[in-house]
Write a protein that binds this ligand. Structure first.
Ligand SMILES: Cc1cc2nc3c(=O)[nH]c(=O)nc-3n(C[C@H](O)[C@H](O)[C@H](O)COP(=O)(O)O)c2cc1C
Length: 712
């Protein structure tokens, strides 16, 4: 009988199958805090028997790689709560991997003046950390020279793990895994060739295992041994670990010790499976010494995983890389569907959704595959698509359209046209209030490249995409950019609408038009001498060129009438803010009315509290008249669905283009909205409560949810 798809009782946690998503660092947490993409990434993979999170830093001292998340601040706990809620809402289970990188780190990642710590003051030869090469450039860099932890300091490492374990449980994880594998801090103590300490943490096997066992015991006492697992990589040679004399005895002694503790599991990063320096019968001996649940990971495919289960070598199989490109790995393996390959370029780093949450499920891919003609224009008719395939089509189309939108902005800001060219219709029209009008790639390149010589940066926000059943789609967003030459500066803000057509035969989305309207600019107008006209905050006057190229008629919600419902509730809620901002900034009162529920209420500083859609819309209409060119630039910085999935909470942070970052490079915001949204019976998300709160903060100290409390 096939074992991979049979259930397993993990110390009381019922796993529906034996596929474990192995821990994988993705370096996507810009400030060490998980975000909505993290929640989406893990919840997409919730059909795994168990998810083990990426390595999570237990302290600032333990950080080894940039943009890795932590569990040492309340913000981090709150953010992980959104992730675990999302995974549980999809029926999944998730453990947090707790991590201290020890000497595999770099001074630039640590507090001022700190250096990495380890068992001894010996650097890892040739090892690299992902850290700051200069104060603003991240990259791979040789690890810094560590210092040896004082004997008395070792207890604080245990404390950090215990505190992080408690926070993990507070954040809703089902348990924690101590990361004692791959050459990080615990391995640096266990390895007898490296650890030449002469205190109670070095020398004998017992001493070298002490730090790990004290940590496990501390955690077991704090959160229960049934919630504690541990990952080790016996015979691992990662990060300059060398063979040592009593190596097999050390690992088997550890197996004995762990066996006494009734832990949730031991997770072996199986060096044999990845052809490393390991004794042939080691796994069998380890299994004999450790009677509890054993996970093995490393180089497994379905056949070798099944065979490891059948032979009794392991109880659960950890799959790493296969989960990256196959969010539905369990379903693919269960049905014998082919696996997608991960794009190695986006394994790590701040690539947003790319290579993270945009890998489709097999079922979506099949619906989207051009050879089957399922994504042709005709198939966008309501008859052809049932709800599930509509969702799949929407998700697939959205992912493609997002890439083309990105390509458009790379072309505009960096003169990088190669990626966009295949998606641009031969007769695509460009209409811009500032750049003029043109048709086709050469015109677009000529008109927009007039900006590039003086452009210091160009950023986008307030994105939305609406996809129609008729094979048409539209995307809108805001742009703010800075021109500079010498000491001159000019800041400007624009609205952009891109329109797309789905190609009937080849299944691609083609960009057919771009409308750009620069709404305002401030600074030295000489820098915009190439523009057809310079907008200003004083508004249009008789004799000026027609100013409005983007109006409410160009909003995606006006252009695309018979829209597919958004496949992802979080995207829908996020785009509710884009819709609201577009409506108020364009004075589109009908669209604005559609953003609120009838019974909406909340605080509208500086006007005060308002009750009911009627009062809100009337008041906002009067309010906006004073700022005809205003653009509500913003980022959604927190978002979570409530358990009923019909309500959502969101914090939207107002970007102030004059000061988008602070002195440390953190995104800076001048105010925020607390918003609660409700999914109404017509399938639309609307704001049912909101409170606007002026006050500066950065993305390193985002306000907590405070829903239902009106300050205004
Ligand atoms: C992108 C990536 C990140 C990883 N990060 C971690 C990590 O944070 N913690 C850890 O214990 N192992 C980490 N690993 C190792 C994996 O958990 C796994 O052991 C390894 O990929 C081998 O399994 P596979 O052949 O199924 O991919 C990582 C692997 C990859 C590919």
């Amino acid at each position: 009988m096939n074992k991979l798809f049979t259930p397993h009782d993990l110390a009381g946690l019922q796993l529906p199958n034996r596929l474990v998503m192995a821990p994988m660092t993705r370096s996507r947490a810009a400030n060490g805090v998980a975000d909505v993409l993290t929640a989406r990434y893990y919840s997409q993979r919730a059909s795994a028997g168990l998810i083990i999170s990426e390595g999570i830093n237990v302290s600032q001292q333990g950080i080894g790689y940039l943009f890795t998340p932590g569990l040492y601040t309340q913000d981090q706990v709150d953010a992980w709560r959104c992730v675990t809620d999302a995974v549980h809402a999809e029926g999944g289970r998730i453990y947090a991997q707790l991590w201290h990188a020890g000497r595999i780190s770099h001074n630039s990642l640590l507090m001022d003046g700190e250096v990495p710590v380890s068992s001894v003051a010996r650097p890892a030869c040739g090892a690299r950390a992902y850290a700051w090469i200069t104060s603003s450039v991240p990259g791979q860099i040789i690890t810094s020279e560590p210092r040896a932890l004082e004997t008395a300091e070792v207890a604080s490492i245990v404390d950090d793990f215990v505190a992080a374990g408690q926070r993990a449980m507070e954040a809703g994880f089902d348990g924690v895994e101590v990361h004692a594998a791959n050459g990080y801090l615990f391995d640096q103590f266990i390895n007898g060739e490296l650890n030449t300490r002469e205190d109670r943490y070095g020398g004998t096997i017992e001493n070298r295992l002490r730090l790990l066992l004290e940590t496990i015991d501390g955690l077991s006492q704090a959160i229960g041994a049934q919630h504690v697992g541990v990952r080790i990589s016996p015979f691992g040679r990662q990060h300059d670990l060398q063979p040592f004399d009593d190596e097999p005895q050390t690992w088997l002694a550890l197996a004995d010790e762990l066996g006494l503790r009734e832990l949730a599991y031991v997770h072996l990063s199986d060096q044999q499976a990845i052809d490393a320096d390991c004794e042939d019968d080691f796994l069998v001996n380890f299994r004999r010494a450790y009677p509890g649940t054993l996970i093995v990971a490393g180089g497994f495919d379905q056949a070798s995983g099944e065979s490891a289960l059948q032979s009794g070598k392991a109880d659960l199989i950890g799959f790493g890389t296969p989960f990256i490109a196959n969010p539905d790995l369990v379903e693919r393996m269960a049905h014998g569907w082919p696996l997608a390959q991960a794009d190695r370029k986006t394994l790590y780093g701040l690539h947003g959704a790319r290579g993270y949450t945009d890998y489709p499920r097999y079922i979506e891919q099949t619906v989207a595959a051009p050879p089957k003609q399922l994504m042709t224009r005709a198939s966008f008719s309501a008859d052809a698509l049932d709800r599930e395939s509509e969702q799949a089509s929407e998700a697939e189309a959205r992912s493609t359209l997002t890439s083309v939108v990105d390509d458009f902005f790379s072309a505009w800001s960096d003169a990088e046209w190669q990626a966009l060219a295949p998606s641009l219709a031969k007769t695509a029209t460009l209409q811009s209030s500032q750049h003029g009008e043109g048709r086709g790639l050469d015109d677009w390149r000529r008109l927009l490249s007039t900006d590039t010589s003086a452009l210091l940066w160009l950023r986008t926000s307030n994105h939305s995409i609406v996809i129609g059943r008729n094979g048409q789609a539209a995307a809108s967003c805001y742009v703010y950019g800075l021109f500079g030459r010498g000491r001159q500066r000019l800041l400007y803000g624009a609205s952009v609408v891109l329109r797309f057509r789905h190609h009937e035969t080849n299944g691609h989305w083609i960009l057919t038009s771009a409308h750009i309207n620069v709404n305002w600019c401030r600074g030295d107008l000489a820098l915009a001498a190439h523009w057809r006209m310079s907008p200003s905050d004083s508004g249009w006057e008789l004799g000026d060129a027609p100013p409005v190229i983007v109006s409410e008629l160009d909003s995606p919600w006006a252009l695309i009438r018979d829209a597919l419902p958004q496949s992802d509730a979080e995207v829908a809620v996020r785009e509710l803010y884009s819709k609201y901002s577009w409506a108020i900034d364009q004075g589109d009162i009908a669209l604005l009315s559609d953003c609120y529920t009838d019974d909406a209420a909340g605080g509208f500083a500086p006007m005060g509290p308002l009750q009911g859609r009627h009062a809100i819309v009337g008041q906002l209409k009067s309010f906006r008249r004073h700022w005809p060119w205003m653009q509500h630039f913003a980022d959604v910085v927190r978002l979570k669905l409530e358990p009923d999935r019909r309500h959502a909470q969101m914090i939207v942070a107002r970007i102030i283009p004059e000061q988008p970052v602070d002195a440390h490079g953190h995104a800076l915001y001048g105010a925020h909205y607390q918003i609660r949204a409700r999914l109404e019976d017509d399938g639309q998300w609307r704001i049912c409560w909101t409170d606007y709160r002026p006050g500066w903060f950065t993305n390193a100290d985002v306000p907590a949810f405070d829903i239902g409390i009106t300050h205004a």
